[in-house]
Design a protein around this ligand. Structure first.
Ligand SMILES: [Ca+2]
Length: 411
């Protein structure tokens, strides 16, 4: 998992998983007896009813949804779990862009050719991106999670550290049942309520899911047309632009100043071209007013990319740069284009959670402002690293390497 990168949107806080890894089952979770805790839970459910009713849920739907439902300890366990190690971006891409996933995607492009043509026209989103998201979210509909959605979300709302999220999604989930998009016995998803082939959370589903096959139900579980269409609709509202670039691997000039790199440092292509940025083969890029940012996800020694507005649309689906790179490159490879050219700096391993916290603490002690000491490397931490690197005359790429941590430790 790469959760230190993650601020998900379509799936909220849900970490990027390739299918469902085995749950670590905690046999003894509740400090009170299960019977007592189930009684408490029932009382809690009765307090959910007024809000549900106010949101248009019928008593019948409500009772059916909660019939036999008790808290799920597996869900709480997953919610508490914070991965200690950050997966390197190249490792993430390796797992995402397997020959198997690429091969299956190419086959499905042929199988769903007419549906995809229809979706391209209606939503203005290219087929390769839709299939790439399908491939990464649910391995093309083969790994969707088989937990009872109401049970998972009620558990999070009742006892989880993510109570507010759980409650909001629980009400969203009840609305889905009320509308009849799916029956209660087939209402399944991941531990955090990400559902079906698109892995939408209920509020995303309610806002953006669409019925493409025309049966009156928005079925992202077993209808690939509805799932692909719902993804297309979500990208459309995320301002996807058909025919526009997503990401281009580039070659930075030898003396590139890394203070210009970063997702938020958006400039027109004409500026980047004038700075001497070329495509990865060294060819001149087209100078235009199109806006882009330069990112170096593994630091100055790794590959560099120009990312465009469409890249941001993918980030709205799941706000993690490795995820957006994986989707972009899966789409490229489905199209027959090549993978990332420059070698990743494999020795440049990312720091783990505890090391990132230490790094942030040391940066604060040196007078920098990396934001909260939480082990998560966001834009504030990156900017603080850059400021420190600049002050020390280092290449200011903002990458939290172990060499950098060593240097900070020495003072
Ligand atoms: Ca349908």
């Amino acid at each position: 998992m790469i959760s230190s990168y993650l601020r998900s949107t379509a799936r909220s806080f849900l970490p990027m998983v390739f299918g469902l890894s085995a749950f670590v089952f905690t046999a003894v979770f509740f400090t009170v007896s299960p019977a007592q805790s189930n009684t408490d839970f029932k009382q809690w459910v009765s307090k959910v009813w007024p809000t549900a009713r106010a949101n248009g849920i019928s008593r019948k739907t409500f009772d059916q949804a909660f019939a036999g439902v008790v808290p799920n300890p597996q869900v709480l366990d997953r919610a508490k779990h914070q991965p200690e190690f950050v997966r390197p971006v190249w490792d993430y891409l390796d797992r995402a862009l397997t020959p198997k996933r690429i091969g299956q995607g190419r086959k499905l492009l042929r199988t769903y050719k007419s549906t995809l043509s229809k979706l391209e026209k209606r939503f203005g989103v290219e087929r390769h991106i839709l299939v790439a998201i399908w491939g990464l979210e649910s391995a093309y509909g083969t790994r969707m999670g088989d937990l009872n959605v109401i049970r998972s979300l009620a558990t999070l709302a009742y006892r989880g550290a993510r109570g507010k999220f759980g409650f909001q999604q629980l009400i969203g989930a009840l609305k889905i049942l009320e509308r009849g998009d799916i029956s209660v016995n087939k209402f399944q998803g991941s531990w955090a309520g990400a559902m079906g082939q698109t892995q939408f959370i209920p509020t995303t589903f309610n806002a953006y899911a669409v019925d493409i096959d025309g049966d009156g139900r928005r079925n992202i579980w077993t209808s690939p047309a509805d799932a692909l269409g719902s993804t297309a609709n979500y990208l459309r509202v995320s301002k996807w632009k058909k025919g526009a670039p997503t990401v281009i691997e580039v070659k930075l000039p030898r003396k590139f100043r890394f203070k210009y790199a970063g997702l938020k440092k958006i400039r027109p292509m004409s500026k980047w071209v004038a700075m001497g940025i070329r495509d990865v083969d060294g060819k001149r890029l087209k100078s235009s007013s199109r806006r882009a940012a330069v990112i170096v996800p593994a630091g100055a020694r790794g590959p560099a990319f120009l990312v465009f507005n469409n890249f941001r649309s993918i980030l709205r689906y799941n706000n993690a740069v490795p995820y957006a790179l994986a989707i972009s490159y899966l789409a490229k490879q489905l199209k027959g284009n090549r993978a990332v050219v420059k070698a990743w700096p494999l020795e440049n391993l990312p720091l783990n959670l505890a090391q990132n916290r230490e790094l942030q603490q040391l940066l604060i002690e040196r007078g920098h402002k990396p934001g909260e000491v939480d082990g998560k490397v966001g834009s504030k931490t990156i900017e603080a690293i850059k400021a420190y690197q600049q002050r020390k005359g280092l290449v200011a790429d903002g990458y939290p390497s172990s060499a950098l941590l060593d240097r900070l430790r020495k003072g």
